[in-house]
Structure formats: C-alpha cells, structure tokens
Design a protein around this ligand. Structure first.
Ligand code: FMN
Length: 167
C-alpha cells in the first residue's frame, strides 16, 4: 500500500494558525502519513495530494483571505479529494466549551468542496502580535494562547483514522 500524501495548508497573519497547521502535520506524520505543511499562498496545485486540510485565522468574523483564495483557486480538484477545514480562533476558552460553527464564507466552502468537517480551535494573541487592537487586548489581560495542543492532535489523529478507513 502506498503512503497517502496529505497537504496541510494555512492562512495565518501572525503565526498562530501556522502553529496549529504544523501540529496537525506532525500528528499526521506520527500516523505514517506523508504530510506536507504549506502557507495557503504557496499552494498552486493540490493534485499531488490524496487529502487536504486547510485552515485560516478569523479576523472580525472573516476567514483569512489567503485560505479562502486557496480554496477557490483549487476548487475543481479539492472537490474530488477528502477535505477538512479549520479556523483559529477565539482568544478565550469558548472553543473548548462548545462547538463554534464556521463563519458564512467557510460554510459556503464546506458546501462547494464537499468538505468532511470543520473545527474552530482557540487562537492566540500575544505581546508580539502587531496591531493596535491586539496590543490593547493584551494590555487589558485579554490576550493569551488558547491553542489546545491535545485537541489539535486528537483531531489530526481522527483525520488519519478516516483516511485509513477510506483506504
Ligand atoms: C483585530 C482582531 C480581530 C479578531 N477577530 C476575531 C474574530 O472575529 N473571531 C475570532 O474567533 N477571533 C478573532 N481574533 C483572534 C484571532 O483569530 C486569533 O488571534 C488567531 O489565532 C490569529 O491567528 P494568526 O496569527 O494565524 O493570524 C481577532 C484578533 C484580532 C487581533
């Protein structure tokens, strides 16, 4: 049996979503998959992959434009592959407490691509995140890293399980 190739692509402004994507890639590799992690901008052809995981950060209720364009650009090929989407994410514990549905543009992509699932992970804003709002949030104690490694890994292992069943 040949090793399945999985693309983990991400649209990230300040690195938090990139970190989630790299954790997903690592967990998929632990399961014996050939996982490649790439910025969504750098993805111009998904045909070399058996499955795709695509994630983007949320800003003012919108999914990262690079992730969205990646989905749109590759729609005709993504449609014929198993696809999982994720978003990052609330800078509080809400993503742990209940399922946070995809924002409308992501819900539309789910439909267009026939994506298997969407998950919202907690996000991260730190003192190193640029921007006035981020700085104000951190100053008022509202920042923090809410990326839950265990939850991210569990989801990635679940994807491996689904791909193994598909084989
Ligand atoms: C100005 C601003 C607006 C944000 N808007 C949202 C939002 O609408 N929904 C949400 O869940 N998170 C929101 N966040 C949190 C980010 O999505 C979170 O920090 C994310 O992990 C950043 O990922 P990135 O570094 O990969 O871009 C916002 C953060 C900032 C600084």
């Amino acid at each position: 049996m040949t090793t399945k190739r999985v693309l983990v692509a991400y649209g990230s402004r300040h690195g938090a979503t990139a970190g989630i994507a790299s954790k997903i890639g690592r967990a998929l590799r632990e399961d014996g998959l050939d996982a490649v992690v790439l910025p969504a901008d750098d993805v111009d052809d998904v045909r070399g992959f058996d499955a795709v995981v695509l994630g983007g950060s949320l800003y003012a209720g919108r999914w990262n434009g690079k992730a969205l364009h990646c989905a749109e650009r590759n729609e005709q090929y993504l449609k014929h592959r198993p696809v999982w989407l994720f978003s990052s994410g609330p800078v509080d514990s809400s993503a742990e407490q209940h399922e946070i549905p995809p924002v409308p543009a992501v819900a539309r992509q789910m439909e267009r691509l026939g994506a298997r699932e969407h998950v919202t992970f907690g996000g991260s804003i730190t003192a190193y995140t640029p921007g006035i709002i981020a700085r104000a949030l951190v100053r008022h104690g509202k920042g923090g890293d809410f990326r839950n490694s265990e939850r991210i890994r569990t989801w990635a292992h679940h994807i491996s399980g689904e791909l193994a069943t598909a084989a």
